[in-house]
Write a protein that binds this ligand. Sequence first.
Ligand code: G3P
Length: 221
Amino acid sequence: MEFFIDSADIEAIRELCAFLPIDGVTTNPTIITKSGKEPQQVFDELCEVLTEDQKIIAQVVSADYDGMLAEADKLASIRGGKNIVVKIPVTREGLRAIPAVKAKGITVLATGIYSPDQAFWAAKAGADYLAPYVNRMCSYGDGVGQVVELVHTLAQYGFEAKVCAASFKNVDQVHKLLASGCPAVTVNPDTIRDMVDHPGTAIAMDEFAAHWEKAYGRTTL
Ligand code: G3P
């Protein structure tokens, strides 16, 4: 399975990649604007911080078919195209663009998915990844349950498209998707930290150290 960081915060990406086997980074137009940097600077820094084995997943901004195709070419040239994935929204124009971008040999992630039915059409259009917005879907119903169901629907039809569940707001949502066998997730840095830094573990380690020091007068073996 693949685990991506959903962020353009270079320091957070550097911090998490230093101790976690992260498979890459996903961005979207809002995430890039939040960095306060020009898009090219963000892409340059991502290329610096990530190895070529870690994917960079970046989104087109244009809403029309021709613009999406031109921007897909531009994004696909980042890092010489090595492990670059282009995000295309599941609008009518986007669904038309997905097979055309795929035909250029570019890996495509269909994004902005709010329903399993949109995901179905993006899979049928040939997208490699499908990004349902789990937390945002929760505003309309059982977002987590619908995405779990999507994973099973795709398997039943033998679609090659992988679900890359996105838009998480808490660890429980991520946990439920991981437990379902979801092949990819992209998670914001704070939620990743919450997955790892359990307060119970810190308390247990402090207790071990205190007991050891009291018995042996040192904190090493
Ligand atoms: O990558 C896009 C997706 O994760 C959106 O997340 O937090 O804006 O709902 P959010």
